[in-house]
Design a protein around this ligand. Structure first.
Ligand code: FAD
Length: 348
């Protein structure tokens, strides 16, 4: 394999790709087009079913499939082994390798980067391709123009700065990408791609950890990232009972979910799975209703790509009004019951 390649790691469960895989395909397609490269996806599982066709429809040119009973559920060492074996067997390593900035991606990506002694930028929110000219004569071996660098862009210093991080000297250039940020491509069933089986050679040392049982907390069932409407509550709700109002408002919409600010989570009013923002989830629903949320930068970065933002806040100077599309200045305990009443009236 000597074609320039962008490779993404596909997280799957029971043969279904997680949403972040489609987001990575969207971002990977854009990078591959800029590089004139092939977009490849790597999936490890026990039975791949129709997943490769789905990945091709979402933008992959090639799908590497590692199928083995021991790869049914994610485990660090077997997954590390097959991915390292795949990359090491290539004539030329992939130009770029991307992972979701999820628990799995954050666990696996550094191990791959460490093995190949290459750079890894964590938790990116933007990616691009561009040149880099290195003029530092202290290291003459690296001086020169590097044309096709991965620009791995991520917030830093509490999201007040955007850092563009480059690792031009060695491929693969690697990054983990925050979930909910990149836009998946609409599936195109007419796309064609190559499905390539990859050999799986696991050693007993890879299999020492056994997954006995998978338990799901209720928190994991919060489908914030798939919701079209998110009603989010902040510290301005006043107490945990304020979230009952959030659920009532959310129930007025189809495909809705309840989100929250970190301050409400830290107060113990609602589970962390609902948190939107820098240390929570990144969402981009059609409608985001922020209730009693001041609009701190750490909250904003998780929701400011929503198509329409409505803010309800009693302080007309609250920062959220600077980026909300519509604002209601008032006490949420008065505004929201009236809003619910009006929405219900519209339905009858
Ligand atoms: P406040 O800032 O206290 O705002 C409450 C708002 O409610 C005020 O604007 C007030 O006017 C309004 N209000 C009060 N009563 C009413 C009422 N009756 N009716 C209407 N409005 C009312 N925050 C996040 O949200 N997500 C994150 O992921 C996140 N990550 C962070 C990471 C780091 C490293 C740090 C340092 C901070 C992070 N934060 C995060 C915290 C963030 O800085 C803010 O503290 C937090 O977002 C504030 O939450 P809030 O808007 O609910 O509370």
């Amino acid at each position: 394999m000597s074609t320039k390649q962008v490779l993404i790691f596909v997280e799957q469960e029971d043969g279904c790709a997680r949403p972040v895989a489609f987001e990575l395909l969207g971002a990977g397609r854009m990078l591959a087009n800029k590089l004139g490269a092939e977009l490849a996806a790597f999936v490890a599982c026990d039975s791949v079913g129709e997943l490769p066709e789905t990945l091709v429809a979402h933008g992959a040119d090639r799908v590497y499939v590692a199928e083995h009973p021991e790869l049914a559920t994610y485990r660090t060492l077997p997954y590390r082994r097959v991915l390292i074996d795949l990359i090491a067997a290539m004539d030329t390593p992939p130009h770029i390798v991307l992972f979701g900035s999820t628990t799995t991606g954050r666990d696996l990506a550094p191990r791959i980067a460490a093995y190949f002694e290459t750079g890894l930028t964590a938790d990116c929110t933007e990616l691009d391709i561009g040149p880099y000219e290195h003029t530092n004569a202290q290291d003459p071996s690296k001086v020169g123009l590097y044309p096709d660098c991965l620009y791995a862009i991520r917030p830093s210093f509490g999201e007040s700065l955007k850092a563009r991080i480059l690792g031009p000297w060695k491929n693969p250039q690697m990054a983990t990408v925050r979930s909910g940020v990149m836009v998946p491509l609409a599936p195109d069933a007419t796309r064609t791609g190559v499905v390539q089986s990859v050999p799986v050679h696991l050693e007993s040392a890879d299999l020492q950890l056994v997954v006995a049982e998978t338990l799901r907390s209720l928190g994991e069932q919060v489908e914030l990232q798939g919701a079209e409407v998110i009603v989010s509550g902040g510290y301005g709700l006043g107490n945990p009972e304020g979230f009952a109002l959030m659920y009532q408002l959310a129930a007025c919409f189809e495909n809705s979910a309840v989100g929250s600010s970190r301050k409400a989570v830290d107060a113990g009013w609602i589970a962390h799975a609902h948190q939107v923002g820098q240390t929570g989830k990144t969402v981009r629903p059609k409608l985001y209703i922020a209730c009693g949320i001041s609009g701190a930068i750490q909250h904003r970065v998780g929701m400011d790509k929503s198509a329409t933002i409505v803010a309800i806040n009693k302080d007309s100077n609250a920062p959220i009004f600077k980026f909300a599309h519509h604002g209601i200045v008032g006490d949420l305990h008065q505004v929201i019951p009236e809003l619910i009443r009006q929405l219900k009236l519209q339905k009858t």
